[in-house]
Design a protein around this ligand. Structure first.
Ligand code: CA
Ligand code: CA
Length: 92
C-alpha cells in the first residue's frame, strides 16, 4: 500500500515537471513572434541606456553606427536619430 502511494506521487510529480521542462526547451529554441522589443524592454538593467549585450538583431548589427558618441552605450536619442536617418522615404 505504501509503495502504491509513492508510485502515485512519482507520477504526479512527473506530470507537474514535464510540461514545465518542455515549455522551457521550446521557448529557448524559438524567438517569440511579434514586434521587436521596445527600448524599455531591451534595457534589462533599467539604467536608461542599452549596452551591446542588451541589444539583439539590427540594433546589435549597427551598434557602432548608432553609438554616435562612441561610449559603447545606446541612448534612446541615439536610436531615434539612427531610425530617422535610416527610415525609408515617405511615399507621396
Ligand atoms: Ca541597460
Ligand atoms: Ca552612446
Amino acid at each position: 500500500m505504501k509503495s502504491n502511494i509513492r508510485f502515485t506521487l512519482t507520477i504526479f510529480m512527473a506530470l507537474l515537471i514535464f510540461p514545465a521542462l518542455s515549455f522551457a526547451s521550446d521557448s529557448s529554441r524559438r524567438e517569440p513572434p511579434g514586434p521587436p522589443p521596445s527600448f524599455a524592454d531591451s534595457d534589462l538593467n533599467h539604467d536608461g541606456v542599452l549596452t551591446e549585450d542588451e541589444v539583439r538583431g539590427p540594433l546589435a548589427e549597427d551598434f557602432d553606427q548608432i553609438d554616435t558618441d562612441g561610449d559603447s552605450q545606446l541612448t534612446e536619442e541615439e536610436i531615434d536619430a539612427f531610425m530617422q536617418s535610416h527610415k525609408p522615404p515617405e511615399p507621396r
